[in-house]
Design a protein. Structure first.
Length: 84
């Protein structure tokens, strides 16, 4: 379980159905709020457990970029506030 690896803040399980072209993404977080990012791509869920489905590979790539940015922002905020 990635939840027990301190260096991992967000993880994504991606499956792709080659017959339909559908990508399914399950996103989990140990800090950064992810449901707002999922909603940007017509997904949803909770602050730390979200997901989405898309036919567009570009959405997948953009979502991963957004999650990386959220992790960076979370770490910078945490470091600024002196929290671990």
């Amino acid at each position: 379980d990635f939840n027990y690896i301190n260096e991992v803040l967000v993880w994504v399980f991606i499956t792709h159905n080659e017959n339909t072209g559908l990508y399914k993404l399950n996103i989990r977080s140990r800090g950064p709020v992810i449901n707002e990012i999922a909603a940007k791509y017509s997904g949803g869920g909770h602050k730390f457990a979200s997901g989405l489905r898309t036919m567009n590979r570009e959405d997948v790539d953009n979502l991963l970029d957004d999650l990386n940015a959220a992790c960076k922002e979370f770490c910078e905020s945490r470091d600024k506030n002196g929290s671990n």
